[in-house]
Write a protein that binds this ligand. Structure first.
Ligand SMILES: Cc1cc2nc3c(=O)[nH]c(=O)nc-3n(C[C@H](O)[C@H](O)[C@H](O)COP(=O)(O)O)c2cc1C
Length: 309
């Protein structure tokens, strides 16, 4: 299919792998790009050197377009921006910070720039800063959450109505139904995290995280550290410890230190970020199977809907 997003990124399907700190490496990103989407390497926990190495590793696997995600609050974000500029990364997805700071430099270097936003005002600001597209991330999403707590169903059409640039929807999109729904809401594409955690090519999560995803239900995730550093994770013994720290009134710095001290590869409970739609993820699939479900499954759904009118 062809639309503003496939043309902007030069990809086959308007489906991006959401950058996931410490998880979306070159291997997983390349698999999504090879399946016709936009694979994303997460920069959040990388140094300038390790990010450059991941970019080289991805280019050894595929020549197709890909993205690098850079949360601008990361202390090393300026160095990471330098790396993506030097390496002529086709798409740079910035998050958690002002899009006004680096967008012009990134675009001058030839990158497409996308910014992650949680509300309408932020989308307008990003458009004003010159980004090529926004990812509108609803409250269902795994990982750090916005204090506005706007769900995907309410957020996407409001953002679509407010900006002229293309909008990718994120948060709670795990299967063909979610993908089709977001397209109907007006999104030009989607950005997906949780569904890609449960894939063969996702090798950066350990057995406990994988098991908790496969056993997850509608009520299995929780927003932790509300008002301090809100983050959606699978509720487990580790998050109980985090809640105790929050109740004891420790500083934001200490909370962040605790969050980043956890081991994602652990076979015990840990800081397992995950979206609310986890209850729809029932088995480990290949990236291609996840992509086929979105693409082929949504076409069938939409046809069936049209035929039932
Ligand atoms: C484990 C995990 C880590 C994440 N890390 C980041 C990150 O480093 N940067 C970012 O912009 N978003 C991050 N996110 C958000 C995802 O990019 C994506 O927007 C989100 O997962 C979409 O919601 P879904 O999980 O319901 O598909 C993370 C999400 C998860 C689940």
């Amino acid at each position: 299919m062809n639309n503003r997003i496939t043309e902007l990124f030069n990809i086959k399907y308007p489906i991006a792998l959401g950058g996931m700190a410490g998880v979306t490496d070159a291997k997983l990103a390349a698999a999504v790009s090879e399946a016709g989407g936009l694979g994303t390497i997460a920069g959040a926990t990388e140094s300038a050197e390790s990010l450059a190495a991941e970019i080289r590793r991805l280019r050894d696997i595929t020549a197709l377009p890909f993205a690098v995600n850079i949360p601008l609050i990361a202390p090393q974000s300026k160095d990471l921006i330098q790396v993506v500029i030097e390496n002529k990364v086709p798409v740079v997805i910035t998050a958690a910070g002002s899009p006004a700071v680096f967008t012009a430099a990134l675009k001058q270097a030839g990158s497409r720039v996308v910014h992650v936003i949680p509300n309408v005002d932020a989308a307008k600001k990003a458009e004003g800063a010159g980004v090529d597209a926004v990812i509108a991330e609803g409250f269902e999403s795994g990982g750090f959450a916005s204090p506005f707590e706007i769900g995907t169903l309410a957020l996407i059409p409001q953002v679509v109505d407010a900006v002229r640039i293309p909008v990718l929807a994120a948060g709670g999109i795990v299967d063909a139904r979610g993908y089709a729904a977001c397209r109907i809401l007006g999104a030009d594409g989607v950005s997906v995290g949780t569904a890609f955690l449960a894939t063969v090519e996702c090798t950066k999560i350990g057995s406990a995280w994988r098991e908790q995803i496969l056993n997850g239900r509608d009520v299995s995730t929780k927003i932790l550290a509300r008002g301090i550093a809100p983050m959606r994770m699978l509720a487990n013994r580790w998050t109980e410890e985090l809640e105790k720290l929050v109740s004891a009134g420790v500083t934001r710095k200490e909370i962040m230190k605790f969050i980043f001290s956890g081991d994602p590869m652990s076979s015990e409970d840990g800081p397992f970020a995950c979206g609310q739609a986890v209850g729809l993820v029932r088995k480990i699939r290949t990236v291609k199977e996840v992509m086929d479900d979105f693409v082929v499954g949504s076409e069938e759904l939409l046809k069936r809907m049209a035929a039932s009118d």
